[in-house]
Structures are given as C-alpha cells and as structure tokens.
Ligand binder design. Sequence first.
Ligand code: FES
Length: 613
Amino acid sequence: MSDYVTVTFEPTGARAKVPVGTNLYEAAQEAGVEISGSCGGQGTCGECQVILAEGKVSEPTSQEKELLATALVEAGRRLACQTKLRGDAVVRVPTAETAVVRKALQPEWVRSVPLAPNVRRYDLDVAAASLDDQRSDFRRLAEAITEQPSSLTGTVGCLRSLASALRAEDQKVAVTAVGSQVVDVRPASQRSRALGVAVDIGTSTVAVYLVDLETGKHLVTAAGQNPQVRFGADVVSRIQYANSHADGLTALRNEILATVSQLIRQAVEEVGAARADVYEATIVGNTCMHHIFLGLESRYLAESPYVPVTAETVSASADRLGLEINPRGNVFCLPCIAGFVGADTVGVIVASELTRRDRPTLAVDIGTNGEIALWSGERLLTASCAAGPAFEGAQIHHGMRAAPGAIDEAFVSGNDLAVHTIDDQPARGICGSGLFDATAVLLELGLIDTKGHMVDDQSCGTLSDTMAERVGGEANKRHVVLADAEQSANSPIVLTQRDVREIQLAKSAIRASTEMLLEMVGLKPDDLDEVLIAGAFGNFINPASALRMGLLPEVAEGRIVGIGNAAGAGAILTLVSGHERDYARQVAETAEHIELFRSSDFQDRFVEYMMFP
Ligand code: FES
C-alpha cells in the first residue's frame, strides 16, 4: 500500500496528496480548503464538520460521538480534525455561506424537556387471528397499543397495507401513530425512522430543524432565503401583492411551500433519511407568513382593526397542505397572538419560558417586524412595531446578510475605527451586528451627532487625520468608510447618512414600544431582570452597542442576553413535547396585545427616540 493517499474536497474539487494517517483538517489546509474550527483541531468545538462521500477513514472518535448525533455519523458526517485518512477519499465541505447562516440560526435555547411527541413509535408482536379470536386486524393492533383501542383510528392508506404487513413477519410490526391516528404499519424488519421538522418561516430567512422524534435530538439545520423577498421586503408589501394580483396569494404560498419542502429534502438527505420518515412539522412565523403558508386571506391583517383569520393552533395533514413530508404526517402551526405578533413570538416565549419566570423580563425579537413581549411577573403584554429590514441588512447601502465577508463587528482602535469580517474574508458589506457596532462607534468617535447627522466638512477639522479621511460625500450620500479598498474585495464599504436614518427609524420604533409597555405595567427599566434579544443575529449583538445607540431600555449591560433564534427553538420544543404545545396555547390565550403605533403617545415617543443618547 502506498504511504500517501489522495483526498478530494467537494464542491471545489481541490485535492491534496498526504501521508496515510493525516487527518482531514490538516489535509484540507494542505489543499487550501478552508474549514472552520475555533478549537484548533482539539475536537471540542464541533465546527469542522464534513461529509465523507467515499473512501476509507478511521472510526469515529469519542469526541465525534459526543458532538454529533448518531444518525449524522451514520450518514457520513465527521469532524475533520478527528478523522484520519486510511485510503483515498472524497469529502464534501458544507459551503461557508450555509455554515454561517446555520450558525446564526442555531436554536440554542432548546431546553431539555421530557420527550412526549405527538408522533409515537411501537414495535409490536400482535396477537394472531384465529377462529377463537376473530377481532379485526386493526382491533388486535390497537389493543396491542393501548387499553383504549377505540381511541385510535387508522388512515385509509395504513389500513390498506395492514393485513399484509401483519402476516409478512409473523405479526411482528413497526407502527407509527400521529396523535390518535395510526398512519404507518410495516413488517418489523422494515422499521423506518421517526423524524420531525420544526420550521421557522421568517420574512427574510427560512430555517428547517430536523429532529429525531425517538431521541428528541436536533440533527441538522437547513436554512435559506425566503423567496417571497422578490414580492417585497416586508410583510405589508407582500400583503399588498397578494391583494393586488389575482393569483397573488397562491404565488406567495407556492414559493414558500417549495422552499420549505426543498429545505426538508436537503436536511433529510444529509442524515441519509427519506422524506417519508418525517411524520410531523411544527410551524412558526409571523402572522402574515403563517397566513400565507396556510393559504389564508392576509388582507385584513393590514387593515384596521388588523385581525387575523385565526390565531388558534391549526393542525392539518401534510397531504392537504402540500408539504413534502410523509403525506399522512401532520402539520401543526403554533398559535398567533395578533395581526402582527405571530407564532414566532409564541415560540420565543415558549423557548425562554418567559411567563414561567418570577421576575419581570422583556423579550425583543428583532426582525423586519419587531415583536416585543413583556412579562411583568403577572401579565404578559405584547406589541409589534415596523422596524423595517435595516437590521437584516436590507435598505442599507452596503447591507448584507451574515455571510463570509460581512462586517460583523466594529470597534475603536486608537483614534481610528477598525472592523472585523466574518471568516476574516475581505469586506463585502455589513450585516446587522456590524451595523449596531458601527453606529455605536461613530457616535463614540463623534462622526455622527445625537440627531444622527454625520459631521460636516468644518467639524472634520476636529477629527484625527485618519478619521477625517474616512468621511466624504454630500447630503444623503455623505458617508463614513468602514473598510477601504484594500480591506474589501472590491470598492470601499461605507455607512451612509441615509443608512443612519434607517437605523434611527428602526431603533426608535423598538425603543418607543418597549418604553410604553413598561409604563403600562408600572415598571422601570431597572426592574427588568433580563432583556432577551431574539432573532437570527440576537447572539451576535454587542449589548454595549445596543445600549449606546439607544435601542434598548437602560439596563445594566450584563442583563442583556442574546437568545438566538428562539422562535425556532420554540418550534422544536413543541415538536418533541405535548406539554410545551399546551404551554404555547396557554401563552397565546393569556397574552394581552397592545396596539401602540396608532396612539399619539407612541408618535411622540417615536420622535423622542429618533435621537441617539
Ligand atoms: S476543529 Fe474544533 S472540533 Fe474540529
């Protein structure tokens, strides 16, 4: 056997010839392929995941077994730093952009809860029929499952295959039930997996979390852009599109169904499963996304008094809704609260157990539509505000999503400002967390004043030379260079006067809403035990920057906690636990929704908080 092996990295096709026994992390470096790994190959961070397409490698190590779900390892997923080459191999590296988006959407707040999903599996040895026991096949099956067999029904599809399935392997069968319906019976040796998906339909991003319903483990995340973006960046423009085109609602619905189905396909392929193994989907999203997904008229969400068609939970068969999971599977939509406070907020509340806390806590989901929930210790108040898509990088001159090359941090360095980009790539734009930081730094350095005006040429004289050189342009095109041509992939990346205006509008809407809710329950910012920031980039926001720009009530910095995509975490919890599903219902029933933005008080506050502190 040769002492050297060749490894090929897909999708780029880069190759390296390395000694036998080299691990994939080192081989990737040799091939010039970037694989992230913040632990430097110690096998502790779990970031260096790759998929072994073919070839001979070492057995999974204990670290891999700990960090990766068994199903993933079985499907070829490995940690590059732990996997040694024994022969030639082909390895797939998840694309960097996908990895970044997935990281941003990791549902970190999935608590450990007792496993009690709506999908249940049974491995049965059913009593055989005889002349002395002429109970029907289904009755014998149902009695093997429960002492109350009449509480179960079988789908027609399942009943059609039942007789043969029972007799194929001497009455030994693997059964899947969804709720009170038996949906699948097959000979024991053909036992399938029981998977579920939690789906978070955001206005800009869609995330699908694949979960093993027999272990409760989150297996993989598949994420992508909401394709409806081409019909409008925010919910109101999508509602308008649906209203003003004959097939507008159908077009919007088809787009999201296709995307969610495609992401489910991608996720199950990654673990070597089939879509038929997915028996249930739980859905969260704002009320508009929820309505479009279900094909409900969304028109009245945007017209006073802004009522949804339904705010209750909705359950329907996958087949009926056209979602590509097992056609006999169930789709469960979490309840909404109001026209602009949706199932995503309910998901955030479930994930953070907001109303189970002893002390007042505020949860803010920063998305295109800001959704706010305040738990006073006794009352749950919710409100929404049109924050606009600025914090998601839209309508910002060089705005972009969190992807390699996005400026995600800005800080003061000496007399100058410095930036960090995702994956240390040349700067391509600026994402939400970078916008927060950049605004705070420009305020700190005096490049923008409390009204949000960028310094004029005369005031530039008071700045250091390096800072003054960063400022240019006129009026709305006035800008500050965040990354010059040398630091960027192309031309300089700037923050413009117009961008600052967009940021002011977004932050003011959120701040005015939170302050008004606090006042309504007689609380001061200092009474808040914690301020939870949800949303795809909730974990990446620098609390000091959020406070500096006046986005949040004035609380101690340590009380601000990023909780990531908590809406997705809530969808997962309700997928694996009926108890959490009941909690979601209870949250929606007890929430008091406050319509803020019509009140003159709100308008006054909004103007007040346009100012930076
Ligand atoms: S580099 Fe951290 S686990 Fe491999």
